[in-house]
Design a protein around this ligand. Structure first.
Ligand code: XIL
Length: 362
């Protein structure tokens, strides 16, 4: 166990007192498991380097509480997405009041470990503060509020957040186009371009994404790439298309490949932003293998595409996943199980990024 002091220091507990305290608190068995895993296993991000892909997970402040979580995060990943810490209800709790304590804490952790950060998200119809619901606004007031929010949030983190999901889930579930929301209803469709302009002005170095889930066999990804094309034609600073990829037991990989290629032809970067795979409980070995097949196929798709530069799983482990709360009766599939042991999907992703690099790929 002589490895422990160096290891603990190396996972971001910088202050000596924190290290001492943490060592006292260590539960040797789970930590030993994480240590053994990392000693024996090549970091995923090192494997994916050959494909110019950053590999990561979404994290919240509770994902960095335990030392074994920090060990796994620091070892495997070179990018993290802030799962909830930049959403309106967290950062903008009252009119004109901003709270960046949680985002700053996670970004400090990411920077300590050389990880890039995806900012999520500036414009979304969910997780809005209640004060916003109750506020009637003219188009002008809504535009001013959107500008203020984006300028404050992107400006506060300028230079520390590499990519932003500027507009999240903009499309309606019935296929009718842009989804009704406070922004569409007050400002109109121009809210999308406005959001990108304000984000770019606040941090000209950040890469700016539109992000959505598939919806009816990929139709939303088609709409996403169409909208990005229109924005580009209008000179709006949009840099990427984010495909969430919350799978639910099936995957049409050809559809994904086709939309990735369309994005690539437009000169857009692609990010697989929220990969996971849920199934009705209980978890079985068969489900684990099927999840591994699908998540592995996504990783191979990203590895094979020059445009795909980020592969992010939604949650460090099944124990950190949003699925049980949001889809009662279903079990999540991520890269680590609830005990932080690697799942078959972990091995499938490692195998996908171990395949020959695509230098000269078409
Ligand atoms: C989820 C978080 O994981 C949960 O903790 C939260 O309660 C609700 O939001 N698509 C998105 C993410 O873009 O922001 C969502 O995250 C999952 C679906």
């Amino acid at each position: 166990m002589s490895v422990l002091p160096a290891l603990v220091a190396g996972v971001g507990l910088a202050a000596a007192s924190a290290v001492a305290g943490a060592l006292d608190a260590i539960e040797v068995e789970p930590l030993a498991g994480a240590v053994r895993h990392t000693e024996r296993t090549e970091p995923l991000h090192a494997l994916a380097d050959a494909h110019d892909v950053s590999v990561g997970v979404a994290i919240g402040t509770s994902s960095i509480d335990e030392i074994e979580e920090r060990v796994l995060l620091a070892h495997h990943f070179d990018i993290v997405t802030l799962e909830n810490e930049l959403k309106w209800e967290v950062v903008h709790p009252a009119p004109g009041e901003f709270d960046f304590s949680r985002s700053d804490e996670l970004i400090d952790f990411a920077e300590t470990h050389g990880m890039a950060v995806r900012g999520h998200t500036l414009v979304w119809h969910r997780q809005l503060p209640t004060w916003l619901d109750d506020r009637p606004m003219t188009a002008q007031q809504a535009s001013a509020l959107l500008e203020r929010h984006i300028t404050e949030v992107v400006g506060h983190h300028a230079g520390r957040i590499d990519q932003w999901d500027v507009v999240n889930e903009p499309f309606a579930d019935d296929g009718s186009g842009l989804r009704p929301s406070v922004w569409l209803d007050t400002i109109g469709p121009e809210y999308v371009a406005m959001a990108f302009e304000h984000a770019h002005a606040a941090d000209p170095g950040a890469r700016l994404f539109l992000n959505d889930y598939d919806g009816w066999n990929g139709a939303k990804y088609v709409q996403l790439v169409d909208l990005a094309a229109d924005l580009l034609a209008d000179g709006v600073p949009v840099h990427g298309a984010g495909f969430q990829l919350h799978l639910a037991g099936s995957l049409d990989v050809e559809m994904i490949v086709e939309q990735v290629r369309r994005a690539e032809r437009l000169g857009l970067e692609v990010a697989f932003t929220e990969v996971d795979d849920r199934s009705p409980a209980p978890m079985t070995d068969t489900i684990r293998r099927a999840q591994a097949d699908r998540i592995g196929a996504l990783a191979r798709t990203c590895a094979a595409s020059p445009a795909c530069r980020s592969f992010v799983v939604w949650g460090l482990s099944d124990g950190h996943s949003w699925i049980p709360e949001h889809f009662p009766g279903e079990v999540p599939g991520t890269l680590f199980d609830a005990e932080l042991a690697p799942t078959p999907a972990f091995h499938a992703v490692a195998a996908a990024f171990t395949s020959p690099s695509h230098t000269g790929r078409s």
